[in-house]
Structure formats: structure tokens, C-alpha cells
Design a protein around this ligand. Structure first.
Ligand SMILES: [Zn+2]
Ligand SMILES: [Zn+2]
Length: 176
């Protein structure tokens, strides 16, 4: 895939990042909090393993915001223009066992390239929003095992294994 499909950045141009793989899944979230945070009908989040979203230039800072789960999300923004680039949803990282980044699709150089695979929290979808009828909708969240592609589920379990391995090795070096 050409590079520009995988590159993105903030509005002032200082922050540039790269996606090192295809998305695990793309969410269109219609929860009230995403509506408030974006000032729009919904957010489009491109999900990848945290280690596959690489900051290439610029300075970012993270801040905790509320989510419907109560666990919160850390929103990472450009320190100059304050545009939100990606989030980590703590409930999702706990559930999946893997640190993931939810990259805001609108910050990609080609934001149209990764359309949503699912619409979530559609119980608060704004009535004037037109979703494509062939894209699955869930009133709140969904079961990963039923919705994710086999290759994404495989990537998730591989990342979980390598993280656990690293954790064990890390612990071993600490005690010796
Ligand atoms: Zn910026
Ligand atoms: Zn949301």
C-alpha cells in the first residue's frame, strides 16, 4: 500500500504519524460522549495495536476523558493545535488484553480510505444520520469474537502473547 494511505497528522502540521499495518477494525461510534468530544454526529476510530501507531514527528500529550463505561479514555493531542489524534479506551484494553490505539480517522491524510466496519452505540445515533444499510449496527458494544475478522483476532492473540512474554522477561530482568 502506498505510504500516504497510512500517514496522518494534526491540523498545524507539527504532528505526523504512521500506521504500520491495516486496521484491526474501524468503529463509527455514536455515543453521546463521542458526539460531545467531536462536536459532531459520531467519531470514526481506526483501531490498531498501540505499537503499530508510530509518532514520526511532533509532540503529543495525553489527557483522561470520560467514557460511557466509566473507565475513561486517554486522548492524545498535538501539544500545539490540540487536535485529538488517537485515544486509548481503558475498558477496551482491559477486555482485549492488548494496548490498542483508536486513531481518529479524520486525521489521516486519506480519511476516506478506512470506512467503518461497524456502527456502535447506535441507541444514541442521531436520527438524521444516514448509515449504509450493509454495515452492521449495535445498540451499544459487540462481541469481538463474533464481529472481528479471523486475521484481526489472530493478530490480537499474537500481540497478547508477545506482550505477556515481554512482561515475564521484564520481571525476570528486574529480580536478577
Ligand atoms: Zn498540531
Ligand atoms: Zn463513543
Amino acid at each position: 500500500m502506498p505510504d500516504n494511505l497510512h500517514m496522518g497528522g494534526c491540523s498545524c502540521g507539527r504532528v505526523r504519524y504512521r500506521l504500520c499495518d491495516t486496521p484491526l477494525i474501524v468503529h463509527a461510534c455514536h455515543c453521546r460522549m463521542c458526539q460531545r468530544l467531536t462536536g459532531s454526529t459520531n467519531v470514526i476510530n481506526v483501531l490498531l495495536e498501540a505499537e503499530k501507531v508510530v509518532l514520526e514527528q511532533g509532540e503529543v500529550a495525553s489527557q483522561l476523558a470520560l467514557t460511557p463505561s466509566g473507565e475513561g479514555q486517554s486522548i492524545t493531542r498535538c501539544t500545539t493545535c490540540q487536535v485529538a489524534i488517537w485515544s486509548e479506551y481503558h475498558v477496551f484494553s482491559k477486555m482485549s488484553g492488548v494496548a490498542t490505539r483508536f486513531v481518529r480517522a479524520g486525521t489521516l491524510d486519506r480519511p476516506d480510505h478506512f470506512p467503518p466496519d461497524v456502527h456502535i452505540f447506535t441507541d444514541t445515533m442521531q436520527p438524521h444520520f444516514l448509515a449504509r444499510p450493509d454495515v452492521p449496527q449495535f445498540p451499544r458494544f459487540y462481541d469481538l469474537a463474533r464481529v472481528w475478522s479471523q486475521s484481526s483476532l489472530k493478530r490480537l492473540s499474537q500481540t497478547k502473547r508477545s506482550t505477556q512474554q515481554r512482561d515475564r522477561q521484564g520481571a525476570a530482568t528486574c529480580v536478577t
